[in-house]
Design a binder for this molecule. Structure first.
Ligand code: SAH
Ligand code: SF4
Length: 367
């Protein structure tokens, strides 16, 4: 049977699996067994699901049902411990998923406060950076993913599949290790809103993550930020600010013409935060473009009254990117200005730059 006619088991919600079970006239509890085998036990084929009777598994296989859809095709380990995985979907399209042991630097990428991640004996920590689309349509001028354009959205199964594939290859024990998920890989998650949120729910209900250990980053799809704020359960929010005013932001992020800073900052002010929660603002520093003290002052004004923190990222350079990385001193001065104004600001350490795994470098580069 051609791959496209196969029906994946990875992706459906519990209720959807229940209807498969009913079609096969199996007892209702089989749906729970299937759900657990796929998401909690993370079994990669029907053959391994020994809790299910052989005839039921054979019947599913005959119907074209398989676990699917994400297979690690290649891995690129960095000198700093980061690993970039090329993950193939069932149509042979690939995306990138990044494993970062010990969080992502001085400050965790999941948006938690610096220093509140106390290492616990016997507990391992890591962050998985997940893609939400193949390519990206937003076209930010400093980002390599943008150069691909957008090929298609990923399904919820393909988003969860990346996480499961990496958990399995890293042999993660969810009971003992603390894993964060950041939706900061290829693509704009809020332009694939339904599948992204479905993936979040499967990761929570099936795989065993809590929403508070997940962060989604958006370039600023304002209407979806409101939808996201209204969700009963949701990851933390990070907004890619990247510029101190509309004039500069338009030049590097064309979407600013549609949703300008006034609209974006209003959505941030309206965003219902939980207890102790903050919005993270990401700010990619581009040499002599948005890294001046005057720009820091404008950022401070923009963020006034918002419970937030700022992650500063010195540009990760790449071919075809017309910007340069600022000097380290500039980055530190920028940080200092923000912290002096009472805004917690952290410098994100680049991870896996040598293997093109750092922010904005995901482009399915093979070497
Ligand atoms: N599309 C979403 C999430 C993926 S990008 C978004 O834009 O928010 C994740 C982060 O990487 C964003 O904050 C983005 O601004 C940053 N980024 C993109 N290209 C970069 C580069 N070349 N160097 C450093 N950070 C970059
Ligand atoms: Fe897309 Fe984010 Fe890259 Fe912008 S920075 S092109 S939104 S992936």
């Amino acid at each position: 049977m051609p791959a496209s006619l196969k029906i994946p088991l990875l992706g459906p919600k519990f209720q959807e699996l229940s209807s498969v079970v009913q079609q096969h006239k199996e007892p209702d509890y089989r749906a729970r067994q299937l759900f657990e085998a796929i998401y909690a036990q993370r079994l990669s084929s029907l053959d391994l699901m020994s809790t299910l009777p052989r005839r039921f598994r054979a019947a599913l296989q005959e119907q074209g049902i398989e676990v699917g859809p994400a297979q690690i095709q290649r891995s690129f380990p960095s000198v700093d411990g980061t690993i970039r995985y090329l993950v193939a979907m069932s149509d042979a399209e690939t995306v990138e998923t990044v494993w970062m042991p010990e969080g992502d630097g001085g400050e965790a990428a999941d948006g938690s406060e610096a220093g509140d991640e106390i290492a616990q004996a016997g507990f391992d920590r890591a962050t998985i950076c997940v893609s939400s689309q193949i390519g990206c349509a937003v076209n930010c001028q400093f980002c390599l993913t943008a150069q691909l354009g957008v090929k298609r959205n990923l399904t919820a199964g393909e988003i969860v599949g990346q996480v499961i594939a990496v958990l399995n290859v890293r042999r993660v024990d969810m009971e003992r290790q603390r894993i964060n998920i950041v939706f900061m890989g290829m693509g704009e998650p809020l332009l694939n809103y339904g599948e992204f949120m479905k993936a979040v729910r499967l990761l929570v209900e099936g795989v065993g993550f809590s929403e508070s250990r997940m962060t989604v980053s958006t370039s600023g799809i304002v209407p979806r930020i409101y939808d996201f704020g209204a969700e009963p359960g949701r990851p933390k929010l990070a907004i890619s600010l990247n510029a101190p005013n509309d004039q500069l932001r338009e030049r590097i992020m064309p979407l600013n013409r549609k949703w300008n800073l006034e609209k974006l900052m209003q959505s941030a002010r309206d965003f219902p935060l939980r207890n102790r929660e903050r919005i993270t603002f990401e700010y990619v520093l581009l040499r002599d473009f948005n890294d001046h003290p005057e720009h820091a002052r404008e950022v401070i004004e923009l963020l006034r009254g918002i419970r937030c923190k700022v992650n500063l990222i010195a540009l990760n350079p790449g071919p075809g990117i017309a910007f340069a990385t600022p000097e380290e001193q500039r980055v530190h001065h920028f940080q200092q200005r923000l912290t002096t104004a009472g805004i917690p600001a952290f410098i994100r350490r680049p991870r896996g730059r040598d293997i093109y795994a750092a922010c904005g470098q995901l482009k399915r580069t093979v070497a």
